[in-house]
Design a protein around this ligand. Structure first.
Ligand SMILES: Nc1ncnc2c1ncn2[C@@H]1O[C@H](COP(=O)(O)OP(=O)(O)OP(=O)(O)O)[C@@H](O)[C@H]1O
Ligand code: SF4
Ligand SMILES: [Mg+2]
Length: 373
């Protein structure tokens, strides 16, 4: 049964890139495990932030969700239908409901096209395929209205991308993403390439649009402060996996995973007293290569709290036991869960509901033996 509240559900997502050698005959010598078993759920109207160090698999996750990257395993259920197993014609039709805003507005806009045509292009493509009915006059009207809504003067409609600033180009990218009236926006580092003052303008625009249009966001960033500001929930990624997920408030207040603690310790605090007392956790070493398959916890080499068990076994994402965070954090998808589980709950029952969506999905989940039963 499809749960109307859930817009997107990602289960067991893996994207492994082959490593090949040889000039004349190419042979596979290994795999880059860019995404190695990611599960998450997005409710309608919510914004989930995906954070983590460079190379942890954020963009690959986003591209696989949008089926712009081939999946090695897993399901991407959009309104209950699996995008991963759709044939091209069906997928193309479904694409009008989810759009991507890219990090670099410069390279994502065709320099030879006028702004009005860049924004109108998705509409024309879908009208051409018969997915929607729209006349040229209606398209022109929609483009101008969206330009205005995104803070671009209608007078700019005939200009080319090089005639705009970085912030304005990102506004064009946002207008283009909205032109089809999507339900989900996948924003991959949408403000990382912009000056700080412009960042807040774009974030505020996205927030207003989210409220007005009831948009759902998968919002990717490496800057935790930006994600905390924009997102209601955060998932922290490390080496192709989600290691912790919680509401933005809860993650900031009571981070549990040693990696999340280290990431948060690097964020400057606005209160000068607290900022003076802030103790930075410096992680040893670099992120290991995702091409080496190793047993145990993926974070163990860098973890200040690693124990023997972490060498042998890999922890799974589980709801935190009540009392661990000083608030009601427990719960999970119980036996009656109906298959909408976020991750491997290892039989952790609790507050799960018969509709398949347990409270754990909006609760606090962590993948670390320190919080195992
Ligand atoms: N097409 C590809 N072929 C092989 N390896 C790839 C490919 N695309 C990405 N990778 C590797 O997959 C891993 C994850 O890359 P990804 O771009 O998803 O990381 P990211 O979290 O988005 O990083 P950043 O914050 O720098 O954007 C990296 O090790 C990267 O080198
Ligand atoms: S499972 Fe072990 S190595 Fe992994 S984060 Fe927890 S304590 Fe650290
Ligand atoms: Mg990226």
């Amino acid at each position: 049964m499809v749960n109307e509240e859930i817009l997107l559900e990602v289960r067991g997502l893996k994207v492994h890139f082959p490593i090949e050698k040889g000039i004349i005959t190419r042979r596979r010598v290994g795999w880059v495990r860019a995404v190695d078993g990611v599960d998450f759920t997005l409710r309608r109207g919510e914004s989930l932030g995906l954070v983590g160090e460079s190379g942890c698999g954020k963009t690959t996750t986003a591209m696989a969700v949008a089926r712009l990257e081939a999946l090695s395993a897993g399901q991407v259920l959009f309104e209950g239908r699996d995008l991963a197993s759709m044939a091209n014609a069906e997928l193309n039709r479904a694409r009008k409901d989810f759009q991507i805003v890219f990090q670099d507005p410069w390279s994502s806009l065709d320099p030879r096209m006028r702004v009005r045509d860049i924004i109108a292009e998705p509409l024309r493509i879908h009208a051409g395929r018969g997915h929607i009915a729209a006349t040229e006059a209606e398209i022109a009207e929609r483009v101008l209205a969206l330009m205005e809504r995104c803070g671009l003067s209608k007078d700019f409609a005939t200009r080319y991308p090089h005639e705009f600033s970085g912030g304005q180009r990102q506004r064009i990218g946002i207008a283009r993403a909205l032109v089809l009236g999507p339900k989900l926006i996948i924003a991959d580092e949408p403000v990382s390439a912009l000056d700080v003052s412009i960042q807040s303008q774009i974030l505020n625009l996205l927030k207003d649009l989210q409220k007005e249009l009831g948009l759902t966001f998968l919002f990717i960033a490496h800057d935790l402060a930006v994600v905390e500001y924009f997102c209601s929930r955060i998932a922290v990624m490390y080496l192709g996996r989600i290691v912790e997920t919680a509401s933005s408030y809860e993650l900031n207040r009571a981070p549990l995973h040693p990696y999340t603690k280290a990431l948060l310790s690097a964020v400057p605090l606005p209160d000068p007293k607290r900022e003076r007392e802030r103790r930075r956790i410096i992680l040893k070493g670099d992120v290991p290569s995702p091409s080496v398959e190793r047993p145990g916890c993926p974070f163990r080499e860098r973890c200040p709290e690693a124990m023997d068990r972490c060498e042998r076994e890999a922890p799974t994402l589980r709801p935190v036991n009540p009392g661990r965070t000083g608030h009601e954090a427990g719960g999970g998808v119980g036996a009656s869960g109906g298959g909408a589980g976020v991750a491997d709950f290892g039989g952790a029952g609790g507050l799960g509901g018969g509709n398949g969506v347990g409270r754990a999905e909006s609760g606090h989940l962590v993948s670390c033996f320190l919080y195992a039963d």
